[in-house]
Design a binder for this molecule. Structure first.
Ligand SMILES: [Zn+2]
Length: 318
């Protein structure tokens, strides 16, 4: 059986990708992961399904930035090492669960990209309905429950999400991305970390404007026209909602009322009043009265001092 390694045309004379060519491409992907700072030290691992029961994977204990084709290991679908001078990564068990669950997947990349991992550590889901690239190329990204790295249970922890997205966050740990080839599995890693970085920057710059119902509908129509799967549109999109966990924590978000869902239902828009944190500090009635009565030339600092002075005087008399 022939497996396409990537869209870069690295095929041999009979149109098939040789095992050595895939190993070379795995080294190249490793260099890109390391240069982008997605894995420090010896962290991370990636693999490629070259045959029905034959998986190429990175070894343990080596920087992904300096791999040579000779370092790549070969395992079967149960994780038994078939070839390679180095020991295979212990996290191959995570990759194998994905290969078993998804016949279409040929490549898996596990990494610790700092921005996306920050969300996985803070326990905040990546929001949806904000950024076109994230909507089209990632979809709704879920976070799998924490399991000790290398443990067999790590593979099982992602199973609830493996059919609905090719990008999953691993709680307190990192990310796993997968696709029909190495290049696309790696792109998803780049996109998820760039999206997380954009969100963190936007939060510092000002308020975040979510996409409204019509903008989301146009985007998802476009995604379908691209031939990309969108599990959120199952059953006519009845259950479609925008994930607002991050936005509700940010607080000061542009509000546009309700989002009309593709299924015709209505979902609360991220940042709408029902999602705003209830912890926002409201001025007391006395402070509001002083603000309304104070001369226009009073600054905010002057008013603060005035409120504090009057409050102190009242407290002293009771
Ligand atoms: Zn890891």
């Amino acid at each position: 059986m022939a497996y396409g390694a990537s869209g870069n045309g690295s095929v041999n004379g009979n149109g098939r990708v040789s095992e050595f060519q895939v190993k070379e491409q795995m080294c190249e992907i490793g260099r890109r992961i390391w240069h982008k700072g997605f894995c420090a030290g010896n962290e991370g691992n990636h693999s490629y399904r070259i045959g029905e029961n034959r998986i190429l994977c990175t070894p343990t204990g080596i920087s992904k930035g300096f791999l040579k084709p000779d370092d790549i290991c070969v395992v079967d679908l149960e994780g038994k090492q078939l070839a390679g001078k180095r020991k295979r990564t212990s996290e191959i068990l995570l990759h194998l669960e994905i290969y078993k669950a998804r016949a279409d997947v040929k490549a898996v990349v596990h990494s610790h990209p700092p921005h996306a991992t920050a969300f996985a550590i803070a326990g905040v889901d990546l929001p949806t309905c904000i950024h076109p690239e994230a909507e089209v190329f990632l979809g709704a990204v879920k976070t799998a429950k924490y399991v000790t790295p290398g443990d067999k249970r790590l593979g099982q922890s992602i199973l609830p999400y493996v059919k609905d997205s090719n990008t999953i966050l691993l709680q307190n740990h990192g990310t796993v991305t997968f696709d029909k080839d190495l290049e696309n599995a790696y792109y998803k890693l780049e996109i998820v970390d760039a999206y997380a970085r954009i969100l963190l920057l936007a939060k510092q710059v000002g308020s975040i404007r979510p996409l409204d119902g019509n903008e989301m509908k146009e985007l998802l129509d476009l995604k379908v026209r691209f031939g990309l799967e969108e599990p959120r549109l199952k059953d006519g999109g009845k259950g479609f909602t925008c994930n607002a966990d991050f936005l509700s924590r940010v607080g000061d978000v542009a509000t546009k009322g309700k989002v009309a869902t593709p299924g015709g239902g209505v979902a609360p828009l991220p940042g709408s009043s029902e999602l705003r944190p209830s912890t926002a500090v409201q001025p007391s009635p006395m402070a509001q009265a002083i603000h309304s009565l104070a001369p226009a030339q009073y600054s905010e600092a002057d008013l603060e001092t005035l409120v504090q002075t009057i409050t102190d005087q009242i407290m002293a008399t009771v």
